[in-house]
Design a protein around this ligand. Sequence first.
Ligand code: HDE
Length: 725
Amino acid sequence: MTQQNKAAAGRRPKAGDPSQAKQEQLAAFTSDNIPQLTTNQGLQIPDNHNSLKAGVRGPTLLEDFILREKITHFDHERIPERVVHARGAAAHGYFEVYKSMSQFTAAEFLQDPAVKTPVFVRFSTVAGSRGSADTVRDVRGFAVKFYTQQGNYDLVGNNIPVFFIQDAMKFPDLIHAVKAEPHNEIPQAASAHDSFWDFASLMPESTHMLMWAMSDRAIPRSLRMMEGFGVHTFRFVNARGESHFVKFHWKPKLGIHGLAWDEAQKIAGKDPDFHRRDLWESIENGNFPEWELGVQMIPQDKEHAFGFDLLDPTKLVPEEMVPVQRIGRMVLNRNPDNFFAETEQVAFHPGHVVPGIDFSNDPLLQGRLFSYTDTQISRLGGANFHELPINKAVCPVHNFQRDGMHRQTIARGQVAYEPHSLIDGKEFRIDGGSAGFQSFPEEIDPPKVRRRSPSFDDHFTQARLFFNSQSVAEKEHIVAAFRFELSKVDTPGVRQRMVDNLAHVDEKLARRVAEVLGINAPDAKAAAGRPGYRDHRMTMPIDESPALSMQDTGDGSVKTRKVAIVVADGIDSASLKAVREGIEQAGAKCMVIGPRLGTVASASKRQVDVDGTFANMPSIMFDAVLVPAGAAGVATLQANGDALHFVLEAYKHCKAICAIGEGVQMLSSLGIGSDPKAAPPGVVVAATPVTNLGDATAALQIAQDFVAAIGKHRHWERAVDGVPA
Ligand code: HDE
């Protein structure tokens, strides 16, 4: 680790010590030296409650410079929100490489496993405004800023590996179509409206990305449980100037998991901060989210070996064709101290690269290289946004750029130009040798054209590959998502055009989507006759790519999963104890949910603390539900509509459910199969209260079965169409 890196890492508060900032604040306020309120000039303020008036009942005086300063500052507190990715949450952490990548890249932060490079990561939704809900159906931004000794490197990616469009020229159109419609600003943070599907149906190149956006990838269970992708093809360049094309991946340790769509919509109302709260709390609790950085590397001379174009951002490189090598890991271990100063003011840019990482000619990436600095200038108020603490490089920065709004640096001396000789009489030179960033000297000598490469003309093969690679349940969710979205489109012609396009992905998919939309059966030929349609089919050597499915990802761990224990007066608390312990030992968090806050009295007159109510902590806040034993308690629960809804809704959302003793009757009364030998997938039934089993091993077994069921995330194979929750 270099000295500077050590210093940078050392400056940061101890990882996982959430109380540090609070303690510092508390210390300041409890010492004898309580900080005085002052104006921004440092003038002590004697009274922060009353403005200066002509008499106690008289008008406020313009003279009140203290009031004026305070109100003026308040009036200017807001800055423009990001034009896309406005809603986000972020965290600090570090990245470390497993072994030197010098064979492929000269990037210094990818050389030494002993170096911990500080990172700041911002996750976001794309379409919604800053105050919109977290769990909407949308792509998630996954932007990582590495504070390296060679300058800041930003990997500004998404949780979906392809994009809607192939050329930056279409980006403003895409965003205008997907954001709320301009005449009435409806709907907020949703793609389910006419203008988005109008555009998408007229841009068949978006079909592959639409398949991903309609999958559960677009409604993640947690920001900690999603993949990240650099999307474009980049280059690694080593010290000898040799280049490999590279695709970047972030692989989450916890696997890739989604919500149920009904659940996602309900959470958007009940807890719009669901994802940012989850990220914040897991870091506060020391459960640091972790990803591995993966790369797919393709030698320069294999550029044309794939049947699709590596420069086309609507295509991915299947992992079965080029394996992902995991080269390092990233851990997020510190929450920001101040949302505005860090999460809001952070300025990412795909053009923030370091020596050894370079661009490809992907026309979408090329456009991005312009956009990001440009947008920061209006969003952050000028050209000096790189001086904000969160954006500042940790290595020395030296150039002759000067002045501008809010300049922090005080540049000294007479010389603000280059070349120069006035400083010490010698000529100042920039090292023109091999040091610093060198663009890969790709040979280019083409004519100027405003055209799309014909190698970008296949719009459906990879959409089909994605669909073919999904599990049965995942396919069902995609059908349901298309149905939902298109049913929100008022214009039948748009619905028709979209299903006609889908017929080129999968005939059955298109037919099933069309069935509920009050339109004609999909017409592949009609789609093929429309402008924008291209189907220059490329040969893919594979029909399926298992790596594209979310099923069975992660290590089955239940760490940080949330389990609700439903209670009422008369519950058998003893029956709970061993099972609860087993769940908590496995790393899940249990919360007791009842009809009211405070306590309920167990059958043996013990007071059981209640953490939340059926109303304020509904089942959608949990991954699993435990119904304990106790005849009186279960009878009370069965008479409570909210409690019944709680369990049934969790069942409908395919969550793990465990019932013990009389709790099993509650399942039966809800129509949930409760025969221990033939319980539905993910339902663990112990007809005898654990306490009566007289055997700790039996309790342990129930806990283990329940933990295993929670570890599978959701039991999507469960038949729940008829469940009325
Ligand atoms: Fe962005 N994008 N983008 N984008 N993007 C922005 O920059 C843009 C694209 C992505 O957490 C903006 O600072 C253009 C692809 C993320 O702060 C803006 C094009 C991918 C974030 C912008 C694209 C992304 C942004 C808005 C097509 C995945 C949030 C605010 C040529 C690889 C970063 C800002 C954060 C943000 C422009 C396409 C990812 C306007 C012109 C493809 C994760 O500059």
